[in-house]
Design a protein around this ligand. Sequence first.
Ligand SMILES: C[S@@+](CC[C@H](N)C(=O)[O-])C[C@H]1O[C@@H](n2cnc3c(N)ncnc32)[C@H](O)[C@@H]1O
Length: 255
Amino acid sequence: MAKRFIRFIAKRFIQLHHKLMRRIGRLVATIGHYLYRLSSILSCYLCGYHNPIDVLSYPGRPQGSVPSSQIRWSIIEKKLPSTLTTCADIGCNTGFFSRKMARKGIYVYGYEPDNSLFRLLVLSIESGELQNVSVTQYSLTPTNIHIIPEVDCCFFLSVYHYWVQSFGWEEAALGLRRLWEKINVCMFFEMPDSASNAKLKNELKEMGETPEECKRYLEGMLNKLHNARITYLGRIITDFRPNEKRHLFKISREG
Ligand SMILES: C[S@@+](CC[C@H](N)C(=O)[O-])C[C@H]1O[C@@H](n2cnc3c(N)ncnc32)[C@H](O)[C@@H]1O
């Protein structure tokens, strides 16, 4: 009798212990989740990056102005073919364009190498409850660009100048050709110019001195892509540096 009673008490104790541990485990996971979110947002905000909310805010952006991503999206959205099913977003940052495309039902592959931005990217996809975006923390280069899957569309916005800076114009152009081979329908391409980018003036000086010269330089470069029709979409403001503008193009596959 006493033995059975002790066994019963021991069993109940073990059950209660497991229940308590599960509850503590869930609590620790929830606290960890919110601390992770908070630290990600804080670290990015302190670094002056996007916040993960759709309406992007840079600390340096003039009050009341429309964020550059919003302006670019309003232009790009009108130029999207209706047949797209997949998209690669290279240098997707906190995922503004990835989320916009995913909400259209397009499957998105996002690539972002920066650790703080990548954390925000994951959070923004998660809070958007998007199932059709896969993100990879990876730096794409002219040499490894072939690892991306074949896609209908690609966003290659304000990343090419990093390639030019790190690998030079020739190697960057080789990478662009390799990237183009992966794209079935169209690519949106954006690039700063030497006319207004004070930081990269030297690296980009080959483009020319005026915005018009730089635009023509980029058109010439993009025209070398095989079976490509180039459409100029404009010279768009940036959020960080009010005096800097960037050239936006659509490249469509012909034939
Ligand atoms: C100027 S931001 C542009 C962000 C976004 N594409 C846009 O236009 O709003 C450049 C982004 O590309 C990322 N990046 C830089 N080098 C990269 C590389 N080699 N491969 C992929 N992403 C890169 C940066 O971390 C950053 O998020």
